[in-house]
Ligand binder design. Structure first.
Ligand code: HEM
Length: 495
C-alpha cells in the first residue's frame, strides 16, 4: 500500500527527480534535499501540491521537517539535547519546601512521566487535526471537486493515532510502579499536597477536548464546569481555550464521513442491500437454532427484535429511542441555550445537538457558538447528516478489504482503539485510587472513587462504538468496485 497513490485523489508527493540530481551549482552550499525553498525535489513537491488543490499538505507540513541549514552550529551532547540537568531539578517538591516522605519522589516522577506522555499524545493529535481540518475545510468549500485524504495522509493519520494509542497503553504499567507505595505511606504526605489533584491536569483536559468529549457528556458533580478548578493556571487555560476553539477530532472525522466519503458511495442501494442481507442471514442462523416447521413465529420475532435496532440506528427512524439509547452516556442536563426543546425534553442527549432546533449543548466556546448559528437548521437536515455519517461508516467497515477503503477502515478503528486505551487508563487509575485511598474524598474535592467510576462511561466516538452492534460479515454482501470516471463505488453486476 505504501507505494501507490490513492486512486480517489491525484498524487501529491510524487518524486520526479532523483535526490542526487537536484544540485546543479557548486555554490552556495548544498541545501537540504527536502527543503521546498531550494531543492528541485522540494519544488516539484510544492508544485504538485499546489497545482492539484490547496487542501494538499506539503511534505514539510506533514513531517515537520526543518531545513538543516537553519540548524544552530553548536556541539550537541546528550545532556544539552535532552536537558537532563534541568529535568533532574524538578522532583524536589520545591513549591512546598521539599519532600516530606521518601515515596513522594516516586509520586512526583510518576506524575511527571504521565504528563510527558500526555504531551506526546497531544503532539500526535495536533497533526491529526491539522490534516483532517485541511481536507474537510477544502471539501466543504469545494463540494463540486473530488477531494479526499490521500493514501499518504491517511496512513500518517493511522500511524500517529496508533502511536497515541500505544503510549496510553504503555503508561498503564506505571500504575503498577505507583502501587509499590503503601497507602499508609501516601498518607504521610497526602495532607500537604491537597488541594492539588490530577483533576487539575490541563493536558488531560486538552486531550478530552481535542478528541471531542462534550461537556454534556461529562460528570461535573457539583461543579458547573471542569474549568472552575483550572482558573489558577493561566498559561494552561490559554492553551485549553485554544483547543476548545478548534474543531475536535470527532467533529472532523464525522464531517469527513458525511461530506467526503458519503458522496462516493451508492448509499440507498447499499443500505437496502445491507439490511436485506442482514435479515436473510439472521433467518439462516435462526433456522439452524430453531425448527422452522414448528417455531417459525419465534424465529420471526427474534429476527424482528434484532433487526429493529439496526434499522433505527441507520434510518434514525425513532428519534426518541435514539436519544434514550444515548442516555447512559449523559450526566448533566444540557443548558437550554435558548432552545425551548432542551427545557421541554429532559432527556435530550443526542451526541450532536438538540434534534429539533440544532442548538448545541456543547461548551460555551467560540467554535460551539459558531456552530450554533445554524440553530434554524431543520431537524431533517440534521438527521440527514447523521444518516450519511453512519452509512459511510458502515460502508467503509463492510468493504474494508477493498484497497481504497483499507486505510479508512484502519483510521476509524484506531480512533476506537485510542478511546479504548483512554478508558483503560481511567479504569486502571480508579482501581489504583481505590487501593490507595479507599472511599475517601479526593484532594481535588470530588467524591473520589465514586466520581472516577462515573467517568468510565465517557464516550467520544459514540457512533463508531454503536456501529459495532450492527456490522455484518463481509462475505454475505455483494462486492463493489470503484468507477474512477464517476468517482463512485458501484455494486458489481450480479447482486
Ligand atoms: C496515589 C495516587 C493517586 C491518587 C490517590 C489519585 C486520586 C485521584 C482522585 C481522588 C481523583 C478525583 C478528583 C479529586 O477529587 O481529586 C483523581 C483525578 C485524576 N487523577 Fe489521580 N490519583 C493518583 C494518581 C494519579 C496519577 C499518577 C495521575 C497521572 C497523571 C493522575 C491523574 C488524574 C487525572 C487526570 C484526574 C482527573 C480525572 C477526571 O476528572 O476525569 N492521578 N485522582
Amino acid at each position: 500500500m505504501d507505494s501507490h497513490t490513492h486512486p480517489i485523489t491525484p498524487p501529491h508527493f510524487e518524486e520526479t527527480q532523483p535526490i542526487n540530481g537536484s544540485s546543479t551549482t557548486s555554490s552556495p552550499p548544498p541545501s537540504h534535499p527536502l527543503s521546498s525553498n531550494n531543492s528541485q525535489i522540494g519544488q516539484e513537491r510544492s508544485k504538485s501540491s499546489s497545482s492539484s488543490s490547496d487542501h494538499s499538505i506539503s511534505y514539510e507540513e506533514l513531517h515537520g521537517l526543518h531545513p538543516l541549514e537553519n540548524a544552530k552550529k553548536v556541539i550537541v551532547t546528550y545532556n544539552n539535547y535532552i536537558m537532563t540537568d534541568e529535568l533532574l531539578k524538578l522532583q524536589n517538591g520545591d513549591c512546598k519546601g521539599g519532600l516530606n516522605h521518601h515515596d513522594e519522589h516516586l509520586f512526583i516522577v510518576v506524575h511527571q512521566s504521565f504528563e510527558l506522555w500526555f504531551k506526546q499524545i497531544l503532539f500526535e493529535l495536533d497533526s491529526v487535526q491539522t490534516v483532517l481540518r485541511k481536507v474537510v475545510n477544502y471539501a466543504t468549500s469545494h463540494s463540486n471537486e473530488d477531494v479526499d485524504l490521500t493514501v499518504e495522509q491517511t496512513q500518517i493519520l493511522v500511524h500517529r493515532l496508533n502511536r497515541a494509542d500505544q503510549i496510553l497503553r504503555y503508561t498503564l504499567g506505571t500504575f503498577d510502579i505507583l502501587e509499590t507505595m503503601h497507602p499508609a505511606d501516601f498518607l504521610e504526605y497526602r495532607s500537604v499536597i491537597g488541594p492539588a489533584s490530577g483533576f487539575q491536569s490541563i493536558q488531560m483536559r486538552e486531550l478530552e477536548v481535542m478528541l471531542g468529549l462534550r461537556d454534556c457528556n461529562r460528570n461535573m458533580g457539583s461543579r458547573n464546569s471542569f474549568e472552575e478548578d483550572l482558573q489558577h493556571d493561566l498559561i494552561g487555560m490559554k492553551r485549553l481555550k485554544q483547543r476548545q476553539s478548534e474543531m475536535s477530532v470527532r467533529k472532523l472525522v464525522y464531517r469527513w464521513l458525511e461530506e467526503v466519503v458519503y458522496p462516493k458511495i451508492p448509499a440507498n442501494q447499499f443500505i437496502q442491500i445491507f439490511l436485506e442481507r442482514k435479515k436473510d442471514h439472521l433467518m439462516f442462523q435462526k433456522c439452524r437454532w430453531f425448527n422452522p416447521e414448528t417455531e417459525m413465529q419465534t424465529i420471526q420475532e427474534q429476527i424482528e427484535r434484532e433487526m429493529k435496532p439496526a434499522k433505527q440506528w441507520i434510518h434514525i427512524e425513532d428519534t426518541e429511542t435514539h436519544i434514550k439509547g444515548r442516555q447512559q452516556f449523559k450526566f448533566k442536563k444540557p443548558s437550554t441555550r435558548g432552545c425551548p426543546f432542551f427545557a421541554q425534553q429532559e432527556n435530550v442527549t443526542t451526541e450532536e445537538k438538540c434534534p429539533v432546533t440544532g442548538a448545541s449543548s456543547e461548551s460555551n466556546t467560540p467554535a460551539a457558538e459558531e456552530e450554533e448559528k445554524p440553530m434554524k437548521r431543520s431537524v431533517n437536515e440534521k438527521i440527514e447528516r447523521i444518516k450519511k455519517r453512519r452509512t459511510a461508516l458502515l460502508f467503509i467497515m463492510s468493504y474494508r478489504h477493498h484497497h481504497m477503503l483499507w486505510d479508512y477502515a484502519n483510521l476509524l478503528d484506531k480512533l476506537v482503539a485510542l478511546e479504548e486505551a483512554l478508558l483503560m487508563w481511567r479504569t486502571r487509575h480508579v482501581r489504583m485510587v481505590e487501593r490507595m485511598i479507599g472511599t475517601r474524598v479526593g484532594t481535588g474535592g470530588s467524591s473520589g472513587v465514586d466520581y472516577l467510576e462515573q467517568t468510565l462511561k465517557y464516550r467520544v466516538f459514540l457512533d463508531l462504538w454503536e456501529s459495532r452492534s450492527h456490522f455484518v460479515q463481509t462475505t454475505i454482501l455483494p462486492s463493489v468496485q470503484y468507477k474512477t470516471g464517476e468517482n463512485m463505488f458501484v455494486f458489481e453486476n450480479k447482486l
